[in-house]
Design a binder for this molecule. Structure first.
Ligand code: NAG
Ligand code: NAG
Ligand code: NAG
Ligand code: NAG
Ligand code: NAG
Ligand code: NAG
Ligand code: NAG
Ligand code: NAG
Ligand code: NAG
Length: 635
C-alpha cells in the first residue's frame, strides 16, 4: 500500500491541475480471477463552478459510455436498479462526495470481462460520462510468463501471476510438478502497477535436456474457499544434440545391401548429415535418418559418420563398415624361361577381405609357405630341370579362393636318357640315342670306324630323328653286312653326340645286353591275357618234353637264341679273344676310349642275323647277380 501512495503522489498533483475539469482516473486494465472479486479504484473531478444539486450521484456502465445505447448498468447510486448480471454483486466503496468512485464487483465471471465507464450525475444537466474506462479481464487461469527460448543448462525464471485486486480474498501461489527439478527456487512477489496489484511467484532452476517436455503447473488457491485455478505448461527446452546413435561397426559381404540408421536426440529437431570419410552423402532435417547402401563394393568400406546439428550445437558418431569379398585373381609374374642353375623369385599378390592367405603349388603340390602378407614370394635357388612346371598361386579367405599360374621353363644342357643304346634287330643294328635338354638337343651319330657323322643333312644311313618336347630321339639303323670280320664276328662303334646352346656331350652307345633284354621280354609279357595262355601251353610242352630234353645243358641257350630278337657279338680278329668283358662298371664306362685304342683291331658293323643259325658256343654268364654283361658268340 506504501507503493500505491508513492505512485499516487505525482498523480494527485496532476489531478489538482486538472481539478477544474471533467476528469476521471481509473486503471486502464485490471484483472480478476473468476469467482473472486475486483475493486476498481476510481476518482473523478468536475468543473469547480458546478454546485451539485441534491447530492453527487454516479453510474457505472458496462460496455458503452452512452446511456442512449442502453448499456448494462453495473451500479447506480440513485436506485438499486442494476443489470441482471450485476444484481447483488456490486458495491460502491468510494464516497462520491469525496469524488471517490471506487467500485467493488463480487463473484465475477468471464462474462463480466469488458469496459467499465463511470458517469457523474451532479444534478440537472450536469451529467457527464467520462470517456476513460477500465478494462476488466476475468481469468480462469493464472498467467505464466514463459521465456520465448529456454536453453538447457542456462538458469531459467518462470513467473506465475495472479491478480490481487480483491481485498477479502488473498490468493496463494504454488508451483506444481517441481519435485524432480534440480534445486528449484521460489520467490514470491507482489507487484503493483497503475494501482492494480499482481501477486507473483518466480520459479528459478537450471533445466536439463531431460526436462524437455516436462509439465510444470502454477496453482492458485484462495484461503477458506474451494476455488482453485491451475495453469500447466510443457517445457520446451532447447538443447544441442546430446546423443547421436548409429549402428555398430560391422562386416558385410560385397554385393549386399544395408541400411544404416542414425538417431539424434536434440531439441529442436536436428539436421542429420551422413559422411563417408570426408564426403557428404546426404542431409535431412529429422530426428532420425536412414542411409541405404545397395550393392556394396569394396570401395564403400570405410568410416561412416552421422552428424547431428540443430543450431545449438553439433555432435557426431562414426561406425566402420567392412565390405568382405573373396580373393580376386592373384597377380603373379609372367611365365618365365630360367637357365638351369640360376635363381628366381616369383611374386604373387591378391586382393580380398579379409586379406587372403597365399599358397604356392607346383604342378598341384604344395611348395610355398602360406602367408598372410600382402605379397608372397617364392624363391627358387639354383634351379634344376625338375623346377620346370606350372606354378600356381592360390589366394584363399573364408569367402572363397582364386588362383593364377605361370609356367617355368628351365633351359639346360642336354642329358642323355638311360634308354639310349644299340640293339640287334632283324635288319641289322639299331641304335637309339635319346637326350633331354632345353632347347631341344640336336642329335648326331658318329661312326668312328668310318669317320663319318650322321645327321639330318648328312645321312647316308637309315637315320630318323624326332623330338617330343624337351626330349630328342635319334635312331640309326646299320645294315652293312659286308664288313664282317674274317671270323664272322661283328661289333659296333657308335657314338652319339647331343648338343644344344648350353652344352654338348658325346657318348658311346652300348649294345643292349642279353640279361636286360630277357628281363624286358618277361616284364613285357606279364599281365597279358594272351601270355597267360602261352605260359599254360608252355608248361604243358615242358611237361611233355621233360624226359626227352632232360640233361641237355644247351637247352636254355638254344631256346633263347631261337627268339627272333638278335644277339650281337663283339668279335676280335684275334680268335683267342672271343670274349669281351663289359660286366664291371669301370670297364663299362671306359668303353669309349678303349674302343678308340682298339679301333684298328675291330671290325665295324658286321651284322648277323642269328635266327636259325647253328649256335656253337652258346653264351655264358659271369658268376653272380651283379654281373651285367653277356658274352655272345655267333656264327
Ligand atoms: C476511495 O475509497 C476507497 C474505499 O474506501 C479507499 O480505499 C481509497 O483510498 C479512496 N481513494 C482516495 C483517492 O481517497
Ligand atoms: C480463514 O479462516 C480462518 C479460520 O476459519 C481465519 O482464521 C482466517 O483469517 C481466514 N482467512 C481469510 C483470508 O479469511
Ligand atoms: C541399424 O540399426 C537399425 C535400427 O536398430 C536396424 O534396423 C538396421 O537393420 C541396422 N542396420 C544394419 C546394417 O545393421
Ligand atoms: C524417425 O523419425 C520420424 C519422424 O522424423 C518418426 O516418426 C519416427 O518415429 C522416428 N523413428 C525412430 C525409430 O525414432
Ligand atoms: C566429429 O566430432 C569431432 C569432435 O568430437 C570433431 O573433431 C569432428 O570434426 C566431427 N566430425 C564431423 C564430420 O563433424
Ligand atoms: C616378378 O614380378 C616382380 C614385380 O613386378 C618383379 O619385381 C620380379 O622381378 C619378377 N620376377 C621375375 C623372376 O621376373
Ligand atoms: C603353361 O603351359 C601349359 C601347357 O603346358 C599351357 O596350357 C598354359 O596355358 C601355360 N600357362 C601359362 C600361364 O603360360
Ligand atoms: C676323318 O675325316 C675328316 C674329314 O672328314 C678328316 O679331316 C680326318 O682326318 C679324319 N680322321 C681320321 C682319324 O681319319
Ligand atoms: C652334319 O654333319 C656334317 C659333317 O660333320 C656337318 O658338316 C654338318 O654341319 C652337320 N649338319 C648339321 C645340321 O648338324
Amino acid at each position: 500500500m506504501k507503493g500505491l501512495e508513492l505512485l499516487l503522489l505525482p498523480l494527485l498533483l496532476i489531478l489538482k491541475d486538472v481539478s477544474a475539469q471533467w476528469n476521471v482516473w481509473m486503471p486502464r486494465d485490471i484483472s480478476a480471477m473468476t469467482n473472486s472479486c475486483v475493486v476498481i479504484p476510481c476518482s473523478f473531478t468536475y468543473p469547480s463552478g458546478i454546485r451539485p444539486y441534491r447530492g453527487v450521484h454516479g453510474i457505472w456502465y458496462f460496455g458503452h459510455p452512452y446511456p442512449q445505447l442502453f448499456p448494462p448498468v453495473v451500479y447506480k447510486s440513485r436506485t438499486d436498479i442494476v443489470h441482471e448480471s450485476y444484481k447483488g454483486r456490486t458495491k460502491l466503496l468510494g464516497d462520491l462526495t469525496q469524488k471517490n468512485c471506487t467500485l467493488l464487483i463480487n463473484n465475477v465471471g468471464v462474462e463480466h470481462s469488458g469496459r467499465y465507464y463511470f458517469r457523474a450525475d451532479l444534478g440537472g444537466a450536469n451529467i457527464y460520462t467520462y470517456p476513460d474506462f477500465t478494462k476488466l479481464q476475468v481469468l480462469d487461469q493464472p498467467n505464466i510468463n514463459v521465456p520465448e527460448e529456454i536453453i538447457s543448462d542456462q538458469s531459467l525464471d518462470l513467473t506465475c501471476y495472479v491478480p490481487d485486486n480483491c481485498p477479502d480474498m488473498s490468493p496463494q501461489i504454488h508451483w506444481m510438478y517441481t519435485d524432480y527439478l534440480p534445486n528449484p527456487l521460489f520467490s514470491p512477489d507482489n507487484v503493483e502497477d497503475s494501482n492494480t496489484a499482481v501477486l507473483s511467484s518466480t520459479l528459478t532452476f537450471t533445466p536439463k535436456p531431460m526436462h524437455n517436455g516436462q509439465l510444470l503447473g502454477c496453482r492458485v488457491h484462495y484461503e477458506n474457499t474451494t476455488f482453485v485455478y491451475e495453469r500447466l505448461i510443457s517445457l520446451d527446452i532447447k538443447y544441442a544434440p546430446r546423443t547421436v546413435w548409429v549402428n555398430v561397426s560391422q562386416e558385410v559381404m560385397e554385393g549386399s545391401s544395408v541400411v544404416l540408421h542414425c538417431d539424434v536426440d536434440s531439441n529442436p529437431t536436428p539436421s542429420i548429415t551422413w559422411f563417408f570419410g570426408d564426403t557428404e552423402l546426404m542431409s535431412e532435417v529429422a530426428s532420425n535418418s536412414s542411409l541405404p547402401l545397395d550393392n556394396l563394393t569394396p570401395e564403400e568400406e570405410g568410416v561412416y559418420t552421422c552428424v547431428g546439428d540443430n543450431g545449438y550445437g553439433s555432435m557426431n558418431t562414426s561406425m566402420y563398415l567392412a565390405v568382405n569379398y573373396p580373393p580376386r585373381e592373384p597377380w603373379i609374374n609372367e611365365s618365365l624361361m630360367v637357365l638351369e642353375g640360376s635363381s628366381v623369385a616369383l611374386q604373387c599378390t591378391s586382393k580380398g577381405n579379409p586379406m587372403p592367405t597365399l599358397t604356392w603349388l607346383k604342378d598341384g603340390e604344395l611348395v610355398g609357405t602360406i602367408t598372410a602378407e600382402e605379397w608372397s614370394v617364392l624363391e627358387l635357388h639354383k634351379v634344376t630341370p625338375q623346377a620346370h612346371g606350372v606354378y600356381r598361386c592360390l589366394a584363399e579367405n573364408e569367402h572363397g579362393r582364386a588362383s593364377n599360374s605361370l609356367n617355368i621353363t628351365v633351359e639346360f644342357a642336354p642329358v642323355l636318357v638311360d634308354d639310349s643304346k644299340c640293339t640287334i634287330v632283324r635288319e641289322g643294328v639299331q641304335c637309339v640315342c635319346i637326350a633331354s635338354g632345353n632347347p631341344e638337343p640336336v642329335i648326331e651319330f658318329y661312326l668312328p670306324d668310318l669317320n663319318i657323322t650322321i645327321n639330318n643333312s648328312n645321312n647316308p644311313f637309315n637315320y630318323h630323328t624326332y623330338s617330343d618336347g624337351y626330349t630328342s630321339t635319334g635312331i640309326i639303323k646299320l645294315q652293312d653286312k659286308g664288313e664282317r670280320g674274317n671270323n664272322g664276328d661283328t661289333t659296333v662303334h657308335v657314338h652319339c653326340s647331343i648338343s644344344n646352346m648350353y652344352g654338348s656331350e658325346t657318348i658311346r652307345l652300348e649294345l643292349q645286353q642279353e640279361k636286360k633284354f630277357m628281363m624286358a621280354v618277361i616284364v613285357g609279357t606279364i599281365g597279358g591275357v594272351a601270355v597267360i595262355a602261352f605260359i599254360i601251353a608252355a608248361v604243358r610242352y615242358v611237361g611233355q618234353n621233360n624226359k626227352k630234353e632232360n640233361g641237355n645243358p644247351g637247352q636254355d641257350v638254344g631256346s633263347k637264341v631261337e627268339n627272333p630278337s638278335m644277339f650281337y657279338s663283339a668279335v676280335k680278329k684275334d680268335k683267342q679273344s672271343l670274349r669281351k668283358k663289359v660286366g664291371d662298371d669301370s670297364d663299362y664306362q671306359s668303353v669309349g676310349p678303349m674302343a678308340g685304342m682298339e679301333r684298328q683291331e675291330l671290325n665295324y658293323a658286321a651284322l648277323e642275323f642269328l635266327h636259325g643259325r647253328h649256335l656253337e658256343g652258346g653264351f655264358r654268364r659271369a658268376d653272380g647277380d651283379t654281373s651285367d654283361y653277356t658274352e655272345i658268340k655267333a656264327k
